[in-house]
Design a protein around this ligand. Structure first.
Ligand code: SF4
Length: 314
């Protein structure tokens, strides 16, 4: 399709999932999407997963051009692990407030003050990762911290994940930046709201992400990352599940288990993730923008922190 017909597509509002797939193939892009993207975008993706899962997957596929649908720190993580590949995103400022709450200065100051290793959650800025000792994900945070050779561990930016890790490992975990480090989508789930949903679905199993606060986590049958949530239904005969994480995860679970019912907590919407639409995804492919670039020195240091995680969890 030439530029005129592309403009025609935009003008007439003919942007369909099929048209985006066609354009991606024409331009040689592989589309990878985070679990929290809107269902229409999950439908056009070649791969869907959590941030580190996708960044590592991109390393193993031959495609040199990737269109990523998620938020900025995830796209940067993909670039850090795949410096030779071209990574583009539809929205330049699709950012994560939790990642932004932990600055490089906070990491450096905490390390100087406590003389302890810094475990940084993958949901953080690339620059902050570069100054931390080891990266972790919500799936392996407990494993990484338990294998670190120190009883005192600095952990950031998510205070709720830090408290979960402290409970599971018995180690002294110091959350950085402390009270201000949380994901607004998970932190503001109300116990009363969840109890109301439980009352409507008394036989449902409850799956919760460890980014939720302690009182909400205690109501769950299963606590785990989105990649662990994908596996949980296969381990039980339950027919219904209340999914205590971002609502985008429902589409992924429904696709994996079409015969089961997944109930969202409807207040759990990440507006940053929802900035990607069919229209701006189409435009991104058409104009091959916005390209993600990471300073090579920062990328190299951040890569070291990721490699340390892989070494510890091998
Ligand atoms: S769901 Fe929370 S942690 Fe994830 S991108 Fe949105 S605000 Fe950030």
């Amino acid at each position: 399709m030439g530029p005129t017909s592309a403009l025609e597509t935009l003008r007439k509002g003919l942007i369909t999932p099929e048209e985006i797939r066609r354009l991606a193939e024409e331009k040689g892009y592989t589309i990878v999407a985070h679990n929290y993207q809107i269902p229409e975008l999950q439908q056009i993706a070649d791969y869907i997963g959590d941030s580190l899962q996708l960044a590592r997957l991109v390393t193993s596929i031959p495609s040199m051009k990737i269109l990523f649908l998620g938020v900025d720190f995830m796209a940067e993580m993909m670039k850090v692990l795949n410096p030779e590949k071209k990574i583009i995103v539809p929205v330049r400022y699709s950012t994560c407030p939790m990642a932004n709450s932990l600055t490089v200065e906070m990491v450096i100051e905490a390390k100087q003050k406590y003389r302890a290793p810094f475990v940084i959650y993958v949901n953080s800025k690339t620059e902050a990762k570069a100054y931390a000792d080891v990266v972790c994900t919500s799936a392996n945070a407990v494993d990484v911290v338990s294998k670190i050779d120190s009883d005192i561990v600095l952990f950031g930016p998510d205070k709720n994940l830090a408290s979960y890790v402290a409970e599971k490992t018995g180690k002294k975990i110091i959350p950085i930046p402390g009270e201000k480090g949380y994901c607004y989508v998970h932190n503001y789930v109300k116990e009363e709201e969840l109890k109301r949903i439980i009352a409507q679905h008394p036989n449902a199993k409850i799956m919760a992400h460890p980014e939720v606060p302690n009182n909400v986590r205690k109501l769950a049958h299963f606590v785990g990352s989105t990649s662990q949530m994908e596996k949980y239904p296969a381990t039980t005969d339950a027919k219904e599940f209340i999914v205590v994480t971002e609502v985008g995860m429902i589409a992924k679970l429904e696709k994996l288990y079409p015969e089961r019912k997944f109930i969202p907590v409807s207040s759990m919407v990440c507006y940053n993730m929802k900035k990607n639409t069919l229209k701006n995804t189409y435009l991104a492919l058409l104009e091959e923008k916005y390209e993600i670039l990471v300073d090579e020195d920062i990328a190299q240091k951040a890569r070291r922190a990721v490699e340390k995680m892989l070494e510890l969890t091998r």
